[in-house]
Design a protein around this ligand. Structure first.
Ligand code: BGC
Length: 477
């Protein structure tokens, strides 16, 4: 374990999102969201749970902030539910003052216990009305409504929040299955094979519009968005074919959003592949607004994939327009190190998508820094769901999340090396998650929390990983 120090001012945070922890979905004037709707459709959530109660953090936020502070956490990255502020989402529709007051109190309380509030404006819970009116992110109308909502939030919390994000993981939002989150709800006339790209286009313009307003209003602090994992490293480091495959994979994944934010335009390879009827082109004004629209680079860096070029003669990975969904252009070699359990002979029924690969983190960060250089980087989320935790019956077993603890310790050790040996300007890490919560379509079974929640009593209990994080921070501060 490296005997190295965290840089001065390093943020040692935890993360959550509104839908996943708040509960109280119908309380205090909140409007319905896409996920409130989807979680009521039979079979949509694997374990048939909804997030109507989940951790009830809407009412228990004081306890949660205080418990995070008690173990040395210095920041909480949470999201605001758009539908609590504008129940119908639309600019000019009624504002729900109760919702605004709630987040104001929450921010004040966090500050009072020494936890920095980090605000994300949108973590996937689209006000349902926007989807019904015009197809949500598939319509350019979303730009106007999102910027209106963003301005309300900036005005309300200016001076109390230092770190802001517009969107969490844009490519997940624009993925047809997870983000909308259901094909059937795309507005009439929207072609589902182009919907992803229209979404990406509108989302980027909404991001740029919000950042422009932020800067024009002179809001204090820094603003960015949370990139997601869609990057890989070459399977064979000396293979030019694999390097090209990585390039392609990164361009259609993370680069689809990061390139416009850096350069003002789509990655060249994407433009070369997709005609305008698929991928709308930016106007000069849109490009100017997009370029430089992030003050720092934030990445939800859960795992790293190996990317391998397709064998000669295989054309299925060509990212051509016959691929109706989000393009997956390369062969991704699965690297199932998640639990190291029985070489895949048994599987965890509650398991999420995650492959935990902390040992590849340095390579991953180097690649990010090479492609999208920044002076400041945050790992805005990282973590894993403890294998088989939901099958454990005894409390002492549940709290002993040893695989997650090992993951965190390996990961944070690698992060320290990345800072000291590789010169990565990493200034903060945010563990996902502060608390067990509603894991989207997987429901309540996957256990990502460093705290256990008893879903009958709502009692919170620290797990082994929480103590390990606490110890790590003390040892390296
Ligand atoms: C998302 C979280 C999610 C986590 C685990 C992240 O990509 O931002 O909302 O719970 O992954 O799947």
């Amino acid at each position: 374990f490296p005997n190295l120090s965290l840089p001065e001012g390093f943020i040692f945070g935890v993360a959550t999102s509104a839908y996943q922890v708040e509960g109280a979905t119908k309380m205090e004037g909140k409007g319905p969201t896409t996920w409130d709707w989807a979680s009521r459709q039979p079979g949509f959530i694997l374990d048939n749970t909804t997030a109507d109660v989940t951790d009830l953090q809407y009412y228990l936020y004081k306890e949660d902030a205080a418990r995070a502070a008690a173990i040395g956490i210095t920041a909480h990255s949470f999201s605001i539910s758009w539908a609590r502020i504008y129940p119908f989402g639309v600019a000019g529709s009624p504002l729900n003052q109760q919702g605004l007051d709630h987040y104001s109190d929450l921010i004040d309380y966090h500050l009072s216990v020494g936890i920095e509030p980090v605000v994300t404006l949108f973590h996937w819970d689209t006000p349902l009305a926007l989807v019904a009116y015009y197809g949500g992110f598939t319509s350019p109308q979303i730009v106007y409504d999102f910027v209106n909502y963003a301005i309300t939030i900036f005005q309300s919390f200016n001076g109390r929040v230092k770190t802001w994000y517009t969107f969490n993981e844009p490519s997940v939002i624009c993925d047809l299955i997870t983000g909308f989150p259901f094909n059937s709800f795309i507005a009439p006339g929207v072609n589902s094979s182009t919907g992803s790209y229209q979404c990406a286009f509108n989302l980027l313009n909404a991001h740029a519009g919000a950042v422009k307003a932020f800067r024009e209003m002179g809001i204090s602090g820094e603003i960015s968005y949370k990139n997601d994992d869609v990057i890989g490293i070459p399977w064979r480091s000396n293979s030019s074919e694999d390097m090209a495959a990585v390039e392609r994979h990164a361009s259609f994944g993370l680069g689809l959003f990061a390139d416009p934010v850096y350069t003002g335009d789509w990655p060249q390879i994407v433009k070369d592949t997709l005609p305008e009827s698929y991928l709308p082109r930016f106007t000069d004004q849109q490009m100017a607004d997009l370029k430089g629209s992030a003050d720092f680079f934030a990445i939800d860096a859960y795992s790293t994939l190996y990317i391998k070029a397709p064998p000669d003669g295989v054309t299925t990975c060509q990212n051509n327009i016959s691929d109706p969904a989000w393009p997956s252009c390369n062969v991704v070699v699965p690297y199932d190190s998640k639990a190291g359990w029985a070489a895949g002979l048994i599987s965890d029924p509650a398991s999420s998508w995650l492959e935990a690969t902390p040992q590849l983190l340095r390579e991953y960060l180097k690649q990010l820094q090479e492609r999208w250089p920044s002076n400041k980087m945050y790992i805005s989320e990282f973590g894993m769901d403890e294998p088989f935790e939901s099958l454990r019956t005894e409390m002492y077993q549940i709290l002993n999340d040893v695989t997650t603890t090992n993951y965190y310790m390996t990961y944070l050790g690698e992060a320290l090396l990345a800072i000291h040996e590789d010169g990565i300007p990493l200034m903060g890490t945010f563990s996902w998650s502060m608390i067990d919560n509603a894991e989207w379509s997987h429901g309540l079974e996957p256990k990502f929390g460093i705290q256990h929640v008893n879903y009958t009593t709502l009692e919170r209990t620290y797990k082994r990983s929480a103590y390990a994080l606490c110890k790590h921070r003390t040892r390296h501060s």
